[in-house]
Design a protein around this ligand. Structure first.
Ligand code: ZN
Ligand code: ZN
Length: 582
């Protein structure tokens, strides 16, 4: 192995007041070697929670334990994997933003590799089922992440659609309970905004402009959409007057923000007449309300963006929530005989979801329980491809994606903590969906009501303190953005590095059963951490770090040799590529 200087091993600076040698304080002052190991792993882009997979060569029968990166997207779980994921997102945004041709994914025939991946997915499913029945929930969570990674690989292998629906946490996502198809009343339909309409062309690429000197350019855009004001706030994000700040509206807006964004893109495409593409993310502002940043391919007049944002709204046609009739301490109760939630005193069944919606339909004066709208602040500007501004903007879009929503702006003062608490209290009683157990507090049985509901204690994500009501996906990328999945981008980076090194065998597991490699038939299975052939986590980390360090110096040497690049290679090279985290 090349003797690379490992960071973190330089002598520590001498502390000002040196404790007595041999004392407990002196011992505690020494860094724990396991912490340093994880620190270095992070520095070298080595996953710190790898999942061991046993790979058997079906021709020779040799087995080998290979670490599958955990694939976490949040830094607090695994910083190297989260950072790797962020770099891929950046590559994805960069590639789709300024492209000047239509991204059309080519059809691919089924291959042995694809079958092998499905088989691996099957093994994981089996293990998950086993762990689930043994109530080993941390195992289940790990396996879910592995399943996620394999499904990404399956998508990258060109198989369309999901192998199987994702595992839900409880009730299934099927249709109506009574079997009777509810006809949506015309009244509860979304009103169409007052906007000009055009037929949407199949085009996803923006206009090209010609300068006076004959050169052409194709600028793109950068857009920020914000929610309305709920009351004046201070620079630290807290309300000037907490009693007058509209926490209820803030909570409902946050829960329905994704739908509002969907409507915005629908309206914009209709108004502009072409299939506008975007990539962006949702994150909290300092005042803890969500906002969204988007890279848009092509240009759209700023006035149009403002007009569409102002005209866009999302109506929520749900039962009224003016009166909270029950509390979590005095909840309605489940009546087994009636198979319904009933009042604890009168034993009368609560209004069912169907009845509540029928009542809305029959009321000529009914109004939506909530209407979500954007605020007046719509920031839009043009960005030229390949400029420092474009790179800066991409970094800005992805700045928070490795963090939990609640960690983007940490509450550090009492005032900030109280603001967060008040918002959370509003979110806890805001129904998240038509199945939310919180409906019971308002005297309504949610859709598909059952005995398992916990009135006022719905486990939906938006009710949790650190989601700030931002419960769903935070990365929003339109279908025809780059024409690639995240795993495709991963492959691009790896293929480039492999070409540079002249490596022909896979460096790690699953993704590397690529089409260009000579076909070796492998069987994969999940290894248990306590299996005899699985080294301890620390040994595996040490091995990966050593491999990575050697590999990185080889890559650097190869880069030097390739100072005179082959024709074509420079253009194929993903701009974000560095030796890290591959
Ligand atoms: Zn990891
Ligand atoms: Zn809920």
């Amino acid at each position: 192995m090349t003797a690379a200087t490992l960071p973190g091993l330089e002598p520590a600076p001498t502390p000002a007041a040196t404790p007595r040698p041999g004392s407990r304080a002196a011992r505690m002052a020494l860094p724990r070697s396991v912490d340093v190991l994880k620190e270095i792993a992070t520095e070298y882009g080595v996953c710190v929670r790898p999942l061991p997979m046993r790979r058997t060569d079906l021709d020779t029968g040799l087995t080998e334990v290979i670490d599958l990166p955990c694939g976490a997207t949040r830094e607090d779980k695994c910083a190297p994997c989260a950072k790797k994921n962020r770099r891929l997102r950046q590559a994805q945004i960069r590639e789709g933003w300024h492209r000047d041709d239509e991204p059309l994914p080519p059809p691919e025939p089924a291959t042995e590799e694809q079958k092998a991946l499905i088989l691996l997915r099957g093994h994981l499913e089996f293990s998950r089922d086993e762990a689930s029945r043994a109530a080993q929930w941390d195992q289940v969570a790990d396996l879910d992440e592995a399943i996620h990674e394999v499904e990404d690989a399956i998508a990258a292998e060109g198989l369309r659609g999901r192998v199987a629906p994702p595992h839900s946490t409880g009730d299934e996502d099927q249709d109506d309970d009574t079997g009777r198809r509810r006809k949506r009343s015309t009244k509860r339909r979304q009103d169409a905004p007052e906007l000009p309409r055009r037929k949407v062309e199949r085009r996803t690429v923006g206009k090209t402009y010609t300068a006076s000197d004959g050169s052409t350019y194709r600028p793109s855009m950068w857009l920020t959409l914000t929610l309305d004001s709920y009351g004046p706030v201070r620079p630290d994000g807290t309300p000037v007057n907490p009693d007058r700040y509209d926490y209820r509206r803030a909570a409902w807006d946050a829960v329905h923000f994704p739908r509002l964004l969907d409507r915005f893109w629908q309206n914009l495409r209709r108004c502009e007449g072409w299939n506008v593409q975007y990539a962006g993310c949702v994150e909290p502002q300092r005042r803890l309300a969500p906002h969204a940043h988007f890279a848009i391919r092509g240009t759209i007049p700023r006035d149009t963006l403002r007009t569409v944002a102002a005209a866009t709204y999302h109506q929520v046609w749900w039962p009224a929530v003016d009166v909270q009739r029950y509390t979590a301490d005095r909840p309605p109760v489940w009546d087994e005989d009636a198979s319904a939630w009933v009042d604890p005193d009168t034993r009368r069944p609560l209004t069912t979801w169907g009845e509540a919606l029928d009542a809305l339909d029959e009321d000529p004066d009914a109004e939506p329980v909530h209407v979500a709208r954007f605020g007046a602040q719509v920031d839009a500007r043009g960005v030229m491809p390949g400029t420092a501004d474009a790179e800066r903007t991409i970094r800005y879009v992805t700045k928070y994606i490795t963090k939990h929503t609640g960690d983007c702006h940490k509450a550090t003062t009492d005032r900030q903590r109280k603001h967060l608490d008040r918002l959370w209290h509003a979110l806890r009683v805001t129904p998240c969906t038509d199945r939310c157990a919180n409906w019971l507090l308002y005297g309504v049985q949610p859709k598909k009501a059952n005995a398992k509901l916990k009135p006022g204690r719905c486990r939906g994500k938006v009710h949790q303190r650190d989601t700030l009501g931002i419960g769903g996906r935070r990365i929003l990328i339109s279908r025809d953005w780059s024409g690639k999945t995240l795993s495709d981008h991963k492959h691009d980076v790896r293929a480039w590095v492999r070409a540079l090194l002249g490596v022909t065998v896979g460096l790690d597991g699953v993704d590397d059963q690529g089409a260009t490699v000579e076909p070796v038939r492998h069987a994969w299975e999940l290894a248990r951490p306590d299996d005899a052939d699985v080294p301890s986590l620390t040994h595996r980390l040490l091995r990966s770090i050593g491999e990575r360090a050697r590999w990185r110096s080889e890559l650097l040497a190869a880069k030097d040799r390739a100072a005179q690049p082959h024709p074509g290679e420079t253009t194929n090279r993903p701009a974000s590529t560095t030796g890290e985290g591959l």
